[in-house]
Design a protein around this ligand. Structure first.
Ligand SMILES: Cc1cc2nc3c(=O)[nH]c(=O)nc-3n(C[C@H](O)[C@H](O)[C@H](O)COP(=O)(O)OP(=O)(O)OC[C@H]3O[C@@H](n4cnc5c(N)ncnc54)[C@H](O)[C@@H]3O)c2cc1C
Length: 362
């Protein structure tokens, strides 16, 4: 059994397969394990009720949502049993429950349990390296490939990438070559509006500007394109709307009252003070009446939401709706779970990764 990708989904699949008596081999394209999971905040979560999940992600595949919702608590216990260190047992969001892990410790625990990982390898890295036999595609989505993003997500949108550099759609391409069907929601993505500067992976969290709900939101021409008061808790709708604006950029205009609002790690004013792209409103090229501060943001993609269509056993489905022999997908390679909204990518990677292993080893 081959597992392609040593991120959250691939390591969970390999660790579970090994536990069930198989001897999986993990091929990892990059130079380290952990994928985007290692760079993440490490919160593995679900909505508190299934109805809330449906309401938040109305376009998602209900069977897959049920699988993730029902399977998460068991998955979390299993991660802890492997020695993954827990940082917090709450998410800080009344809509959700979950566990925050130390991501280096989680990676180490999963690598120990997963067995052999070969680095610098995988389809798309070595010519003819497509493995024979059962394979789990867990390459982390296609956000790192400009051509695929422009084809499926936004034509000519210069989205910045806020993810590991190796997830460039190799799983998607490998599935399509084998006759796979695509999921719904191909044009949707999870991401953040970031301060509009070049950034590295150490700044993925610190440069994220997650207070758009308190702002007046305008594009570079000064045109209001999204009602700040209507922004969702995850601010994902705002990021996606920003991606449609010229240059995939926006300005957050904040009045005095907005600056006083409390967010998770202080006030909006604290965050604005740290934003490298704040400017005095009177220096803008358009009128910003009533604004006390302005911050320029750019839409960045963390991972794609659409991908390969899978069934409730993580089997990749062909265009005829039938499973493709021996081919599984998990994590961001498996699409259509959170269509229409946002759900934990780590949770679906965990649950689908385990499901793929359990089906493959049966
Ligand atoms: C800053 C940040 C914060 C986040 N915070 C959270 C959070 O708190 N909670 C949450 O639920 N989600 C969060 N996420 C999202 C989460 O990290 C992803 O949803 C999750 O990692 C997806 O798992 P995956 O296995 O699909 O991809 P990854 O974990 O990215 O793993 C994919 C792996 O596949 C490898 N790969 C790519 N191509 C190939 C190939 N051809 N052959 C072999 N290997 C290949 C990659 O190198 C990578 O190691 C965050 C992400 C970021 C960047």
């Amino acid at each position: 059994m081959w597992v392609l990708g040593a991120g959250m989904a691939g390591l969970c699949a390999a660790a579970r397969a090994r536990e069930l008596g198989a001897a999986p081999l993990v091929l990892e394209k990059g130079s380290r394990a952990g994928g985007s999971m290692l760079l993440s905040s490490g919160v593995v979560w679900r909505y508190r009720s299934f109805d809330e999940f449906r309401a938040q992600c109305p376009g998602g595949d209900e069977r897959l949502q049920r699988l993730v919702f029902d399977g998460l608590d068991k998955g979390l216990e299993w991660l802890e049993s492997l020695g993954a260190p827990v940082v917090e047992r709450e998410t800080g969001n009344p809509l959700t429950s979950g566990v925050r892990f130390d991501t280096q410790g989680l990676t180490d625990a999963l690598v120990r349990a997963a067995g052999e990982v070969r680095f610098g390898q995988g389809p798309g890295t070595v010519p003819g390296a497509w493995p024979e036999g059962t394979a789990v595609l867990a390459t982390g989505g296609f956000q790192g490939d400009r051509e695929l993003v422009e084809r499926y997500v936004r034509p000519a949108a210069p989205l910045r990438v806020r993810a590991n550099p190796w997830s460039t759609g190799d799983g998607l391409r490998a599935g399509l070559e084998r006759g796979a069907e695509l999921s719904d929601g191909l044009d949707e993505f999870y991401g953040r509006n970031m301060a509009d500067v070049d950034f590295g992976e150490g700044e993925f969290v610190s440069l994220a500007q997650v207070y758009g709900r308190y702002a007046r939101i305008v594009n570079e021409r000064g045109e209001e394109f999204f009602d700040g008061a209507a922004v969702s808790w995850s601010e994902l709708d705002l990021v996606q709307a920003t991606a449609h604006q010229p240059g995939a950029r926006a300005w957050y205009l904040l009045d005095e009252k907005a600056l006083e609002q409390r967010v998770r790690y202080g006030t909006v004013g604290d965050l604005v003070a740290q934003a490298p792209t704040r400017v005095p409103p009177d220096q803008l090229s358009f009128p910003a009446d009533g604004a006390a501060a302005a911050v320029r943001v750019a839409a960045a993609i963390t991972h794609t939401i659409g991908g390969l269509r899978v069934d409730g056993r993580a089997r990749v489905l062909g265009v005829d709706g039938q499973p493709l022999d021996g081919l599984y997908a998990a994590g961001a390679d498996a699409g259509g779970i959170s269509t229409g909204g946002y759900a934990s990518g780590l949770a679906s990677a965990l649950v689908l990764g385990r499901a793929a292993a359990e089906d493959a080893v049966r």
